[in-house]
Design a protein around this ligand. Structure first.
Ligand code: PRP
Length: 214
């Protein structure tokens, strides 16, 4: 039935505001969302949507378990956690790159195992596995750029958006691993049981972002 509410997990923070604005332009406004900065659940009954603000890396968990029918997560998060969800649409927002970076005077020492600091253990492992290189992964949770500066690692695998963080810490890009952007994801059974509602949201979003989606 098309009258069922669609629960949407939005990533809290910079990306979330941009994402909300394309939902609003697509006909799914919920003005109170911009007024209240501690509240986490917002609803527009008429438009049939309920939004939750979720930590970006938790979006796939809410969607996979079905408490959110759809959500928005970066391709980095999807590749890292490999959730059992449908990836429906590239929102072409939150564009950035996953790169290998190191100190500007970095030279690889082939006699030692390369030490790589990152938040993205699986992406890093898969990438280096595909190159046949054996590495020592050091999992960090933030401020990854510190690791090579303090000698904790030789290089890092991290996200670069403007490049400012690397530049201000005298680090340079050694190699680009992948292009990232925000994706709309759907819970698999919600897509079946709330097909009309979800499909309507996806086609409205696709129109707003230029209809260039496959
Ligand atoms: C991300 C990323 C870089 C920074 C890149 O960090 O890990 O540190 O943004 O952006 P820039 O190229 O525009 O400078 P985030 O702000 O998510 O915080 P973190 O240190 O917790 O990873």
């Amino acid at each position: 039935m098309s009258c069922k509410m669609i629960n949407v997990a939005l990533p809290k923070g910079r990306l979330g505001e941009k994402v909300y604005s394309i939902f609003a332009k697509s006909g799914y406004e919920c003005p109170s969302i911009l007024e209240n900065n501690r509240k986490l659940v917002f609803e527009n009954e008429e438009a049939g949507v309920r939004y939750f603000w979720v930590k970006p890396s938790d979006v796939p968990i809410y969607v996979e378990r079905g408490v959110a029918d759809i959500g928005v997560a970066g391709k980095d998060i999807l590749l890292e956690y490999d959730p059992d969800v449908y990836e429906m649409l590239d929102l072409k927002l939150g564009k950035c790159r996953m790169v290998i970076a190191g100190k500007s005077d970095y030279h690889e020492d082939p006699s030692r195992t390369l030490r790589v600091a990152t938040k993205f253990v699986n992406i890093t492992q898969n990438y280096f596995y595909s190159t046949g290189k054996n590495i020592d992964i050091i999992k960090l949770n933030g401020s990854i750029e510190l690791a090579p500066l303090l000698g904790l690692s030789d290089v890092i695998v991290d996200i670069v958006e403007t490049g400012t963080t690397l530049k201000e810490n005298n680090l340079v890009i050694l190699e680009s691993i992948l292009d990232i952007s925000a994706r709309l994801i759907s819970n698999k059974s919600s897509f079946k049981f709330k097909y009309n509602g979800i499909n309507k949201i996806i086609s409205s979003l696709a129109t707003v972002i230029g209809g260039k989606n496959d």
